[in-house]
Design a protein around this ligand. Structure first.
Ligand code: SAM
Length: 602
């Protein structure tokens, strides 16, 4: 006859308790059976109850002691980076044996190079974060990307895996995986702002490339720009330090060095998830100190600024239908507007299109908004113009204007030109009278600041609505030798803006990085003393060299004419004209100024 099974012993003990009551012996018989069955959590509860009822029962005390010690939740190391060593408590012999085996592990026939402990940890991580997007760097055979995607599916998480490798996987397909060619050391080229803006969040980044310091550092720098609060980056294979200490003494594997350096700089924005790193033992993972969780908010401003500084619009071309709209803007300027609306604009504020003339800027902006990955926001564009024919516009644009009578309306032509693009809101009339609504402005295109009056309204009503870290200002008239108020204002707020780019047709592109104090924006330039005005203008001149400097020097002449009269201005004018005699660009402005201002007395 076979020995009584634990299940049978449990049934008998429970029946006896039912009939005779909870005697200490019967309770202990039930406890032993529960323990032998492996029902440890129930056994712990019962042992406690026995000791409450019968504090002198040594068997219950012995079981409780043993069970609580062995069933204790994992003891974790600290999560503060400064308090954690980079070593693992796994013996090196075990690490080496696993490392050898992982290269032979297959999932659905594909090589999957992961430590079995990490396979378990990823499952915990996925359930905790529920990422909607995984970006993997280092696809190898594609096994890990497919395994990630399958696991996410089984966990009921609607996610997509984007896997990058310098040698992209070409022969593996999965509905939730896309493989790309991409270098982790140049991740910003493979994954630009447009791509990131289109990703479902939360985002999880897995760095599993060549385990070189340079690659891990570059991936971490990318994460610093884009990861939001609560999102993770996993740095794999730091434990090369433990596997090959002779190569990486003192935990100096590429990933370990990169993590250490990154956290020294950004440690207050991340924590090491000790719950994962130490789940199976202190750093019992290939990703030692490598499960990093972002703890601080990130509105993407740093990332946006970083993208803008690379001037990605340099190669951007507005679509042909945009370029066919008559415009005083160059193709480069319209490429810039198109790029800003398509790739920078986020909806955080409106796009101001001030001085839209026949619709060239409007079409570029509206087409950019139309071509965005995410939902269209064309109602976010606000276009201002008087829509009245001026004398100077007759020179190159008469054929596009419904009438050549100065003062007549060309609104109908504007409407026709921008109709295909779904242009948003048009505010016809004097911007000084219309003003601004006080809403945030994300892109401020200014091709309208031709007078002190317009300048004052821009300064008082539009500039205070810019969003620090996001807003881009385009001063189209900056590099045309006129409108000194523009140069003076940009100097006044000079500590709060950064020049991103300039274009020969006139536009200077600024990022507003911090909010100018209200006291600065309340300054009325014309209330400043002549010395103060000239000091601002001189500072503007000093920012530039070559032809752009010539343009700003001409604008300075215009200011001198206002402050000191035509004679002094004429002297300066002759000097600037002679200094830039070789520059056709500056000379084209010289001729216009001479004709309109009447100084050039020859
Ligand atoms: C450790 S394997 C990836 C293993 C895979 N994630 C897995 O778990 O099965 C490293 C991969 O990184 C790729 N790689 C190396 N340097 C890279 C870089 N700078 N950028 C992107 N991929 C890189 C290699 O081509 C190789 O396929």
């Amino acid at each position: 006859m076979s020995a009584t099974s634990p299940a049978e012993a449990l049934r008998r003990a429970e029946d006896a308790i039912h009939q005779t009551g909870e005697t200490p012996d019967l309770l202990e018989a039930r406890l032993r059976a529960l323990y032998e069955l492996g029902r440890f959590e129930t056994a712990i509860g019962l042992a406690r109850r026995i000791l409450e009822l019968h504090p002198d029962r040594p068997l219950a005390a012995e079981y409780l002691g043993w069970l609580t010690e062995n069933m204790a939740p994992p003891r974790l190391g600290p999560s503060a980076a400064a308090e954690r060593s980079y070593e693992t408590e796994l013996p090196r012999s075990v690490l080496l044996r696993i490392q050898q085996a992982v290269h032979h592990y297959r999932y659905r026939g594909l090589q999957l190079v992961k430590n079995p402990l990490d396979l378990a940890l990823y499952s915990l991580l996925f359930e905790e974060v529920r990422p909607r997007t995984v970006i993997e760097i280092g696809s190898k055979a594609g096994g890990s990307a497919v395994w990630f995607a399958d696991l996410l599916l089984r966990l009921g998480i609607d996610a997509h895996v984007h896997s990058f490798d310098v040698f992209p996987v070409a022969d593996v397909t999965h509905p939730n995986v896309t493989f790309y060619q991409g270098d982790g050391r140049r991740l910003h080229e493979a994954i630009d702002e447009v791509f990131v803006n289109g990703l479902a969040r939360p985002l999880l980044v897995v760095e599993d490339a060549d385990h070189a310091y340079e690659t891990t550092s570059a991936v971490l720098a990318w994460c610093q720009l884009w990861l939001r609060q609560g999102e993770y980056v996993v740095i794999e294979d730091g434990n090369l330090s433990d596997l090959y200490p002779e190569l990486y003494p003192d935990h100096t594997s590429g990933p370990h060095r990169a993590i250490r350096e990154f956290l020294a700089q950004h440690g207050d924005e991340y924590e090491i998830d000790a719950g994962l790193c130490d789940f199976f033992g202190y750093n019992a993972t290939s990703c030692s100190n490598g499960f990093l969780r972002r703890t601080t908010g990130n509105d993407g401003a740093a990332a946006a600024a970083d993208v803008l500084r690379r001037r990605p619009w340099a190669d951007a071309l507005a679509p042909a239908e945009v370029l066919s709209v008559p415009s005083m803007l160059s193709d480069r300027e319209r490429g810039l507007l198109y790029w800003l609306a398509r790739s920078h604009f986020s909806g955080a504020g409106r796009i101001v299109d001030a001085g839209c003339f026949l619709g060239g800027s409007t079409a570029a902006l509206a087409a950019g908004v139309r071509d965005r990955e995410s939902s269209p926001h064309d109602e976010m564009i606000v276009s201002y113009d008087l829509f009245r024919v001026e004398q100077y516009t007759l020179e190159g644009f008469a054929e596009y204007l419904p009438s050549t009578v100065v003062g007549s309306s060309f609104r109908a032509a504007f409407d026709r030109n921008v109709a295909p693009f779904g242009h948003g809101e048009v505010r016809e009339g004097d911007i000084c009278a219309i003003g601004w609504s006080g809403e945030p402005i994300e892109v401020l295109f200014l091709d309208i600041v031709k007078t002190w009056g317009v300048h004052d309204v821009i300064m008082a009503e539009f500039l205070p609505c810019l969003i620090p870290g996001r807003s881009v200002i385009l001063q189209q008239d900056y590099l045309w030798g006129y409108a000194p108020w523009i140069h003076m204002t940009m100097e006044l707020i000079g500590d709060h803006v950064e020049i991103l780019d300039w274009m020969p047709n006139g536009t200077v592109v600024y990022l507003l990085h911090t909010a100018p104090p209200p006291a600065i924006l309340e300054t009325r330039l014309q209330d400043l003393s002549p010395q103060q005005q000239l000091a601002l203008m001189d500072a503007a001149v000093d920012r530039w060299t070559g032809e752009p400097r010539g343009m700003v020097e001409l604008a300075r002449v215009v200011l001198i004419a206002e402050l000191d009269g035509a004679r002094r201005a004429d002297e300066e004018f002759r000097i600037v004209r002679a200094r830039y005699g070789e520059s056709t660009w500056v000379q084209s402005c010289v001729r216009v100024l001479a004709a309109t201002m009447g100084w050039w007395s020859q």
